[in-house]
Design a protein around this ligand. Structure first.
Ligand code: ATP
Length: 234
């Protein structure tokens, strides 16, 4: 995956991201870490094209993140599963495939079943989100993100609302997706997962990319801010 962040700033009522200028090429699983409020979610939303930066330009795999071509080929998994509550896990997927990808009901059913099975939800697919565990619902939302056959999947703290056992379950499921040959950009506080799954790490501090490098930066932080962060989350 090729990431080009060109002088990105972003403000809500105050400035959140401050002139991020950053290029990366050749990595497939990029973790974004940092303390709460450092701008991780904002950055991943901008990279996925969900929101536009106040100034600057983002290109990923040589496509502007504003372009329809880019948006059609990215999936996003939110902190909470964001499934439609009145639809079964399976229908949450088939609806999107039918409405946004022009799939026939039969094709959509086949794709949904395939990804739900990959995420070990074959016995849960006809249930409503409220009738499955938080981890199962989150795995269904990962299946939904995969179902559109994205090149890149963005995950914003996919286990934020889960207890340690469900967190483990969801992170194991994500690890198993590595063989699909997709790229991943994810925000997480679970450093053991970063060490196992990421091939590159971005550490955000105060709205900037403060330190970045291979996962080994976690063991040998160069800045006091990353060192302090590591001491806190250990
Ligand atoms: N929609 C919004 N409107 C106004 N301010 C926002 C909005 N979204 C985020 N912020 C503010 O922007 C700053 C960065 O938020 P962001 O969610 O990107 O940080 P984060 O590092 O992902 O934090 P967390 O780990 O708590 O999710 C915070 O101060 C937050 O309050």
């Amino acid at each position: 995956m090729k990431i080009a962040l060109e002088h990105i700033t972003h403000a809500y009522d105050i400035d959140i991201l401050h002139d991020i200028d950053f290029q990366l090429d050749g990595y497939h699983s990029v973790a974004i870490i940092g303390v709460s409020g450092s701008g991780k979610s904002t950055l991943i939303r901008l990279m996925s094209g969900l929101e536009k930066p106040t100034t600057g330009r983002i290109r990923i795999d040589d496509l502007s993140v504003d372009s329809e071509d880019y948006k059609r080929h990215v999936g996003f998994v939110f902190q909470n599963h964001n499934l439609f509550p009145h639809l079964t896990l399976k229908r949450n997927i088939t609806l999107i495939l039918e409405k946004t990808r022009g799939k026939s009901p039969e094709e959509a059913e086949k794709i949904a079943r395939g990804y739900l099975t990959l995420l070990h939800l074959e016995t849960q697919m006809d249930k409503l989100p409220k009738n499955v565990s938080g981890g199962q619902a989150q795995r269904a939302s990962i299946a939904r993100a995969l179902s559109i056959d994205p090149n890149i999947i963005f995950l914003d703290e996919p286990t934020a609302s889960l207890d340690p056992i469900l967190t483990y379950e969801v992170l194991e499921a994500i690890k198993n997706l590595k063989s699909l040959g997709k790229s991943f950009v994810f925000v997480t506080h679970v450093l053991s997962f970063v060490r196992e799954f990421a091939d590159y790490v971005i550490f955000m501090h105060d709205g900037q990319i403060h330190e970045h490098g291979l996962p080994s930066i976690l063991d040998e932080p160069k800045t006091i801010e990353l060192k302090t962060f590591m001491d806190k989350v250990k």
